[in-house]
Design a protein around this ligand. Structure first.
Ligand code: SAM
Ligand code: SF4
Length: 332
């Protein structure tokens, strides 16, 4: 069992497979000045598989692919297939903006993917275009429907709430749970965007206390659900007679560092120890050193060190997060 120095069990690896994206959400990616990793710097499908083998050896249980936008990786199906076929990988999911799911949902399911989290900030097409720039509500919705038909369930929607953009749209998003067995989760903005996006996130921050109040004023009281998993970053609720769940992810107003179970792997092969701090350990060098065991033993040792060194605490309330990396380079 991989325990860190704060006695937290670290058993969940979030794997970023690309830093590029087909959208430019206002709080995440600036429209100009971006530079993406050249292909030779990205871990290959085979290298990602070797890291996951090492993580399984170290006791990791849960894996998620993310980005940037992971569906832009031409070898995404190969990556999913390689990981899904490893003994011990029971929980493999993907975080996506769903734009490419109309054609990818079924092949992803066939490759062994279990479920997806879709990022959608509003049900209003004009707000989606303004907030998720380059995106279209119709496309994302079509992607969600394709995912549901393909059995990538339960569907979890992630919505980042930003003042002056979608703070009133949370009611319609929450209302979806009355009829659909989905999880609709509201995420507080963090100053983790690239370029000017970080300062926008500070100015546009909306506390989940306010989001919850807004939902309850329109739809009635939310009944808290018992946590099935102590490391769930969301506090979960249900509206009376609803089929689905409403979750609040509140890293700013209600930090959950004490129950964090996550380690991150960046697309260029670094273990990033905490979303909101800069500490990293390089693993790509070991993978490319060509040891007899394909580097897996060495990778397991680096991962064990990463777990031991994992920090706790953050500086979001002072408006600070990472200096070196932005959210699209970490994957959320
Ligand atoms: N492109 C995919 C997507 O949007 O779901 C995966 C990567 S994205 C970086 C992962 C998650 O990070 C998304 O749910 C997105 O809403 C969230 N996110 C991005 N920038 C954020 C910010 N500044 N604060 C809070 N969440 C953010
Ligand atoms: Fe792309 Fe996701 Fe960032 Fe939006 S939040 S710009 S979809 S990586």
């Amino acid at each position: 069992m991989p325990l860190d120095s704060f006695n937290r069990e670290i058993n969940y690896l979030r794997i970023s497979i690309i830093d590029n994206c087909n959208l430019r959400c206002v709080y995440c990616m600036p429209l100009q000045g971006l530079q993406f990793l050249p292909k030779p710097e990205l871990l290959t499908a085979h290298e990602i598989e070797r890291v996951v083998r090492a993580a399984l050896d170290a006791g990791f249980k849960k894996f998620r692919l993310t980005g940037g936008e992971p569906t832009l990786r031409a070898d995404l199906l190969e990556i999913v297939e390689r990981l899904a076929n490893l003994a011990g990988v029971h929980d493999l999911s993907l975080t996506t903006n769903a734009m490419l799911l109309p054609k990818l949902a079924r092949p992803l399911r066939d490759a062994g993917l279990k479920r997806i989290n879709v990022h959608l900030d509003s049900l209003d097409p004009a707000t989606v275009e303004r907030q998720m720039r380059w995106g279209s509500f119709e496309r994302v919705w079509e992607g969600i429907m394709a995912a549901e038909r393909a059995g990538l369930v339960p569907i979890k929607l992630n919505s980042v709430v930003a003042a002056g953009y979608n703070e009133a749209d949370v009611v319609d998003l929450a209302r979806l749970t009355l009829e659909r067995n989905w999880h609709v989760r509201f995420i507080e903005l963090m100053p983790l965007g690239g370029g000017e996006c970080a300062s926008l996130s500070i100015k546009r921050y909306v506390s989940n206390i306010e989001t919850r109040r807004r939902i309850e004023a329109a739809l009635g009281p939310l009944l808290e659900l018992e946590a099935c998993n102590v490391s769930d970053e969301a506090r979960n609720y249900r509206l009376a007679h609803a089929r689905g769940v409403i979750g609040f992810i509140s890293p700013v107003s209600e930090p959950y560092c004490g129950t964090c179970n996550r380690m991150r792997l960046t697309a260029d092969g670094k273990f990033h120890l905490c979303l909101l701090n800069d500490d990293e350990l390089d693993v790509r060098k070991a993978l490319r050193a060509g040891d007899a065991d394909g580097g897996v033993g060495q990778v397991t040792r680096i991962l064990s060190r990463a777990v031991r060194m994992k920090p706790t605490g953050h500086h979001l309330l002072e408006g600070r997060s990472t200096r070196e990396r932005s959210m699209f380079q970490l994957g959320g």
